[in-house]
Design a binder for this molecule. Sequence first.
Ligand code: PLP
Length: 432
Amino acid sequence: MNEPMVTSPLPGPRAKALLERDRAVLSTSYVRPYPFVPDRGEGVWLYDVDGNRFLDFFAGIAVNTTGYGHPRVLAAVEAQAKKLQHVCFSDFTHEPTLSLAERLVERLGGGYRVYFGNSGTEAVEAALKLARYHTRRPYFLAFTGAFHGRTLGSLSLTSSSPRYREGFAPLLPGVVHVPFPSPADPPFGVAPEHAAQAVLEHLDHLFKTKLPPAEVAAFFVEPIQGEGGYRFAAPGFFKALKEKLDRHGILLVADEIQTGAGRTGTFLAMEQEGVTPDVVLLAKGLASGYPISAAIFKAELSSWPPGAHGTTFGGHPVAAAAAHATLDLLEAELIENAAHVGALLLEKLRAGLEGVPGVRDVRGRGLLLAIEYADQSTRDAAVRRAFEKGVLTLGAGERAQRLTPPLVLSEAEAELGAALVVEAAREVSQGA
Ligand code: PLP
């Protein structure tokens, strides 16, 4: 772990050549925040095509729960691929995906049904359609700063940046956004301790003036806003929100696509809020990098008939096998590891960044952490400097640098990563 990590200039010659080819043929919508071209991975380490070694602190954007090449995941994938690959699960049931549904329902305490897709946005689309079909209500609620995906339905809920929406209107009609109750960044100019109450009162006001609550199908929420900047809601807010929604028959859809599967130190982040959602959406970390998503909804909402919704690849047996292995590891040790190593990482980052000009806040829950900078250019410089030092991170929102390592991160790896991220942040804050 202590050998040098970045040993050639970035980008190296092989990375440069591949990036040039990439620019010539790939959609111009791909971002490429810095010139990293991965070749192989092992545990929490990624190696680029020029042989540089990086500590992976973004995990494919909160996806690679068990790191790279975990033997239990590889064994499950290999065994399933040899036995049975694709048979459309929308038409025919099979054991690996069926038992994954049973397992997820059991984890949530029973009384749910599951629909499988391939990606986060497909889980969101399924929830939008399910909620509309079951309630026959036309409106949806979501938060400003939310990110729920980029297909036209989910994009209608997303409001974390105009960049995602520009040029794509008209979107789904009937989506109403309300401010997010973040005490760090309170809405309506209220004091931080009044953030929750202000948003609840705003909802009442909406319900009294222009949005008939009996016509609202569902409220889509992220327990912690992800792409929008790793923003936390005021304590107790979601519980109060759920009570209010229940009074009006409005479904609470918890988009746990980024926060779920153990990342915050519990299987669902909503467990820490004491809230039982009507619908839970999982994707990203559920299968350690294999594409699968799940919309898990209260059984009584499943009033749609066969054929009302479906997909060719969703619930793929190989991805389901990877999800089983991931769940085994989460249950055995990784949920606890996320809580434990996440707390250590937060402590190290806070200690190292205290008083650093240019750093406004360091926050996190489990292995979902962020450093908030004074402005976007300092954040961008910090992400780039961390990369040059051998730690892969990403931006989120306007000013946050997000850290979402694989949940197999050890204490020693967390300390090394924290030291390098702190060094990078200090250097860019001092204009070094
Ligand atoms: N919802 C949340 C909370 C997300 O973070 C994301 C992706 O970042 C999505 C939905 C969309 O998932 P996907 O990119 O797999 O479509």
